[in-house]
Design a protein around this ligand. Structure first.
Ligand code: TMP
Length: 400
């Protein structure tokens, strides 16, 4: 049974940046989050229809952050070292940052956003500009052999019908194949109070505990997990068909025990989290107002999905945040979803007039601190809400 524990209010599509003067008819939905006591899965109460989010106007480029480029290079190396290099299928290939590490001759990419699918086609990869559904899987399995490796990063958590998605993985996977996927960790979210992990695209926030239960229903089993620091703390999960050839290591049972000890299967954990989220909102608004009343200029660093979630939940608009800087050309010159804060390039906006920068991209702190040492040296300060609301200089802010 699914019980609602959190209400993040009316939210827009987190990556639907708006052209100034064309903001009418913006789509909003109620972002309510629930806990399913049968599987321990945390999900939206009502899912946003995927084509509203993943379409030809999608703007998030994986390669826009060096941290992610390095992460996918390293992940590819780990996969090549650990498993026999055969055929590979990537679900949610975005701009090809991961798949480019594998030969086009043995790789297939799936990407529903056609503007991104075009990129991997141009790189020489067989690419299906489609959602990961049964019709697609039937077609792929009819055309290619079943795959030795299926990989997916920050995509499984986007799929509302996760049970069907895992059934489809079973269907497309070779009998001795490996399914590797990574998504933000529920436990990390709870520990960091990073409620901005929840937005339209993140239909679910997975614990290993919930994944074991869901995967088992699809005749799949987890044989290993690894923690990765990206996206505010993620789990990389290694899966095979039940009874498959790969030995189980301790990591799975240890993590599940750790999660259960930390309450991932108890509703109270989530109602407590919801109280902390409400407190975080009050504190962030107070801090921003105090700083602004002191005559300071506050901007936001990184026009992220996370910051869309925070700004809309807390009702933070251009009265508090002058503008957002972001390196993604497709976001520049636009207005942020919902609260309509202008987005400009860092070259244009991250200058000596900035006193404080809210870390919309707090999960890239290391990269940002390195890049913005001049800002910190001249007395500029960051504001974050993770793990608690505070002003910080780079070195004392949360690490990725
Ligand atoms: P993400 O948190 O969803 O990965 O989005 C990161 C966004 O932040 C993306 O639009 C690029 C932007 N960004 C910057 O503008 N400057 C930076 O230094 C970094 C690391 C990211």
């Amino acid at each position: 049974m699914k019980t609602k524990f959190l209400d993040l209010g009316k939210q827009p599509i987190a990556n639907a940046f708006l052209t100034p003067g064309k903001c009418e008819d913006e789509f909003f939905y109620d972002l309510e989050v629930g806990f399913d006591s049968d599987t321990c899965l945390v999900s939206h109460m009502n899912f946003v229809d995927p084509p509203l989010m993943f379409n030809d106007e999608y703007v998030y480029h994986t390669s826009s952050s060096q941290t992610m480029v390095d992460h996918f290079d390293m992940t590819s190396q780990i996969i090549k070292n650990r498993f026999r290099e055969g055929s590979i299928l990537e679900i949610g290939s975005n701009d090809g940052t991961f798949i480019r590490n594998f030969s086009p001759a043995t790789s297939v990419a799936i990407e529903p956003c056609k503007n991104f699918a075009k990129i991997t086609v141009e790189m020489g990869y067989a690419t299906y500009p489609r959602f990961w559904d049964y019709d697609l899987v039937k077609e792929i399995v009819g055309r290619h052999e079943r795959f030795d490796i299926i990989y997916s990063a920050n995509c499984m958590c986007h799929i509302p019908n996760i049970e069907e998605a895992f059934n489809n993985v079973y269907y497309a996977l070779a009998d001795d194949g490996v399914f590797i996927f990574e998504d933000p960790s529920l436990l990390e979210m709870l520990e960091r109070n990073s409620y901005d992990q929840i937005y339209d695209e993140h239909a679910h926030v997975f614990s290993v505990t919930s994944l074991r239960s869901l995967l088992n229903k699809a005749n799949l089993e987890i044989f290993s997990i690894e923690k990765t620091p990206v996206h505010g703390g993620s789990n990389r999960v290694y899966v095979q068909k039940s009874g498959g050839p790969h030995p189980h290591d301790d990591s799975v049972e240890l993590e599940i025990k750790h999660e259960v000890d930390n309450g991932v299967c108890k509703l109270k954990t989530y109602t407590d989290f919801a109280s902390r989220v409400e407190k975080s909102k009050t504190q962030l608004l107070e801090l921003l107002r105090d700083i602004k009343d002191g005559g300071n200029k506050i901007i936001s660093y990184g026009a992220t999905s996370k910051s869309t979630s925070v700004f809309n939940y807390c009702e933070i608009g251009p009265d508090l945040i002058d503008y957002i800087t972001d390196t993604t050309p497709d976001k520049q010159g636009k207005l942020s979803p919902g609260v309509h804060i202008p987005v400009i390039s860092p070259e244009e906006g991250f200058d000596d007039s900035v006193d404080y920068a809210f870390l919309g991209a707090w999960n890239y702190l290391e990269e940002i601190t390195k890049k913005e040492s001049k800002f910190l040296r001249r007395g500029g300060q960051f504001i974050t809400h993770v793990p608690e609301v505070r002003v910080c200089r780079g070195e004392t802010a949360p690490t990725t």
